[in-house]
Design a binder for this molecule. Structure first.
Ligand code: HDE
Length: 684
């Protein structure tokens, strides 16, 4: 008989690694204690494995099914737990209990996501971001499943599969992953002029957010609020980040994809783990039917916003994200949002996109989570009591008791538990009379596709406009079919002639005839709220500063800089060519990151604390030169001591307001230096 040995210790014999008395015993999924987790059951030490090995089969069976279908859109996302606190109750507008009292807190879970890429794709492509919130209210779960862009590509749910097919990797070749810069996307959106508004938002810096903590969220659709007395109003929901809105520059976002696939996920996780809790205000735009009727567009059309100048925002609460998930699969992959989850006091409008969503998500969850009982998964289950007569199904993990599994019943008359019953103060759909012929049509009031993209364009700074024109040029440069590029240009002419001309020039193409609009666009007063740069919040809070040092650097200067950055609310991160500990002037200093793995792309600003000798040596190191030249090209502040001069020169840094001494860095690092860009980059 062949000898056996213990592969965990490398010794002969049959010993197993055994835990201490406190270690819980390893069991099968059915609780049976396991004695050997190293070897499958076989005949003799070198013989065949037995089908009888139920421990092996259970383990492999479970492993084989570890993955569930990823979300067809928004597959890649990050979650955080927290709470919503009502700061300004609105009983005048709604009987929803979460908005009833000042200071009332409701638990939430939020999932931020990209749209186009698969679950393993990167965090920073140009894309719309999902911003979905589940409020575990005491009257059931309310899911506000929104995006970071307040409008959507299409007006009717029937077009959603086409939109998604066109943007995801192309059907024959399976690429590109997580990118809209390809023929099929631009083919589809250019054939659907209603997409122009969302497209221009996606081509703006909103499509490349700096952090999930620095982006707005929008419910997108018009919803209804309903009071206890049945009075109704329309409402749009807005999330506003406390840190202000901030975006990357395109070259930076493309490079981050190489440096850190998890850039946004890590940022969210680290902020929460360090107690720097992300916070957002919840604001509403509420308005009545008269105001809705007075607008030149339809409030049921999800391709339109209502500018804040027309209906101002009212802040009604704040959301704080203070807990990371404990398990990515259980709390992120299995998290299931349903726009149909609303609570008494909130109701749907007839927005045809929203109406379609009310079906889609429930259907999706059955397919992803495999069972109608997905609501029992802890992260999806309401935190208030829930009871009904729905029974059984796959993965029923509750044990409903009693005979009453139907309603009405009279079992209570016989002294038995008759089970739950509806109550008049439960959810009631706001009554609405509807009449008309049964038709497949698009309302005439949805026909203006260009006024609002024009409003968006006119509301941007000169630098933001250059980013938009450059993004169109970049994306269309990746489009191989000439007729598609021409069609996009013909649409852009209706948005803004200057924009169309700049993109055409960037592509070296002639301008085609403008497309004929279904309805002639109108001019709307520009809205500063649509620009990121106009509302820039000059703060260091939430920002990360990369500090490059080397042998001989001045420890006192480094310590002072670290303290100054922390005092101003920022997060310093030290970088050196070697991480193990370097002899610096005044002691030894270890770095958190190694230079080659810590490019300046992943920081909001950088500092150079170097002796002249070290700076000369680093001038021959491409990673060090790139660290500085990229920080400059990405319009970031650069703080430096006198010794850094040779490296600055080698990296082509020219003096401007963003290039400062170390003392000036905390203030300088609150900004980006947009004016620098024109001299560095060929913008369209
Ligand atoms: Fe979604 N959408 N969607 N969507 N959506 C999904 O549901 C769908 C739309 C949004 O983090 C899916 O569970 C249809 C608008 C977010 O888990 C799916 C239509 C807005 C998330 C689905 C829309 C969104 C989704 C895929 C057109 C902004 C991620 C997996 C009528 C207001 C939620 C899933 C999460 C996810 C369908 C349009 C936001 C397939 C049919 C408009 C943030 O059910």
């Amino acid at each position: 008989m062949a000898k056996s040995y213990d592969q965990t210790t490398g010794t002969g014999g049959e010993t197993q690694q055994i835990g201490t008395g406190k270690t819980p015993i390893l069991t099968t999924n059915h609780g049976m204690p396991i004695s050997d987790n190293q070897n499958s059951l076989r005949i003799g030490a070198r013989g065949p494995t037995l089908l009888e090995d139920f421990i092996l089969r259970e383990k492999i069976f479970h492993f084989d099914h570890e993955r569930i279908p990823e979300r067809i859109v928004h597959a890649r996302g990050s979650v955080a737990h927290g709470y919503f606190e009502c700061t300004d109750p609105i009983p005048d507008l709604t009987c929803a209990s979460l908005f009833a009292e000042k200071g009332k807190r409701t638990e939430v879970i939020v999932r931020f996501s990209t749209v186009a890429g698969g679950a393993g794709s990167v965090d920073t492509p140009r894309d719309v971001r999902g911003f979905a919130t589940k409020f575990y209210t005491d009257q059931g779960n309310w899911d506000l499943v929104g995006n970071n862009i307040p409008v959507f590509f299409i007006q009717d749910a029937l077009k959603f599969p086409d939109l998604v097919h066109s943007v995801k990797m192309e059907a024959d070749r399976g690429f590109p992953q997580a990118a809209s810069a390809h023929d099929t996307f631009w083919d589809f959106v250019s054939l659907m002029p209603e997409a122009m508004h969302t497209v221009i938002w996606a081509m703006s810096d909103r499509g490349i957010p700096r952090s999930y903590r620095m982006m707005q969220g929008f419910g997108v659709h018009t919803f209804k609020l309903v009071t206890a007395e049945g009075a109704e109003s329309f409402v749009k929901f807005h999330w506003r980040p406390k840190l202000g809105i901030q975006s990357l520059v395109w070259d930076e976002s493309a490079k981050i994809q190489g440096a850190d696939n998890d850039y946004h996920r890590r940022d969210l996780w680290e902020a929460i783990a360090s107690g720097d809790f992300p916070e957002y205000d919840l604001a509403i735009q509420s308005f009545d039917a008269d105001l809705a009727d007075s607008l030149p567009w339809d409030v049921l059309d999800a391709t339109k916003i209502i500018p804040e100048e027309i209906v101002p925002l009212r802040v009604i609460g704040r959301m704080v994200l203070d807990r990371n998930p404990a398990n990515h699969f259980a709390e992120n992959e299995q998290l299931a949002f349903l726009p149909s989850n609303i609570v008494p006091g909130i109701d749907f409008s007839d927005d045809p996109l929203l109406q379609g969503r009310l079906f889609s998500y429930l259907d999706t969850q059955k397919s992803r989570l495999g069972t109608t009982n997905f609501h029992q998964i802890p992260v999806n289950a309401p935190k208030c009591p829930y009871a009904n007569m729905m029974r059984d199904g796959m993965m029923q993990v509750q044990i409903p008791t009693g005979r009453a599994n139907y309603e009405p019943n009279s079992l209570s008359e016989a002294g038995e538990d008759g089970g739950p019953r509806p109550r008049p103060d439960g959810f009631r759909t706001a009554p609405q009379s509807v009449e008309g012929a049964k038709l497949r049509v698009r309302a005439e009031s949805f026909a203006d596709h260009y006024s609002q993209p024009r409003l968006f364009w006119n509301s941007q700074t000169v630098n933001e406009q250059a980013h938009i024109a450059s993004a169109f040029t970049f994306e269309l440069s990746k489009v191989g079919l000439d007729h598609i590029r021409k069609r996009v240009l013909s649409r852009l002419r209706n948005v803004d002639e200057g924009l169309a001309a700049r993109v055409a020039k960037g592509l070296a193409m002639d301008l085609p005839e403008p497309a004929k609009p279904a309805r002639a666009p109108i001019d709307i007063n520009p809205s500063d709220a649509l620009s990121i740069q106009k509302q820039w919040q000059p703060t260091l809070a939430g920002r990360k500063i990369g500090i490059l040092f080397d042998e001989g650097s001045d420890k006192a200067a480094l310590d002072a800089l670290l303290a100054a950055i922390r005092d101003a609310g920022g997060t310093p991160f030290t970088i050196a060519p070697k991480v193990g500990g370097l002899a610096v002037q005044g002691g030894v200093m270890t770095a958190e990151g190694q230079l080659a793995g810590s490019p300046s792309w992943i920081f909001d600003a950088v500092a150079l604390v170097l002796t002249e000798d070290a700076a000369r040596k680093l001038s021959a190191n491409a990673a060090a030169v790139g660290f500085v030249s990229d920080a400059f090209a990405h319009l970031k502040a650069i703080g430096h001591d006198a010794g850094a001069a040779p490296l600055l020169e080698r990296a082509g840094v020219t003096p401007d307001a963003g290039v400062t001494d170390l003392a000036g860095l905390p203030k300088a690092a609150t900004l980006r230096y947009w004016d620098r860009e024109a001299s560095l980059r060929d913008l369209a």
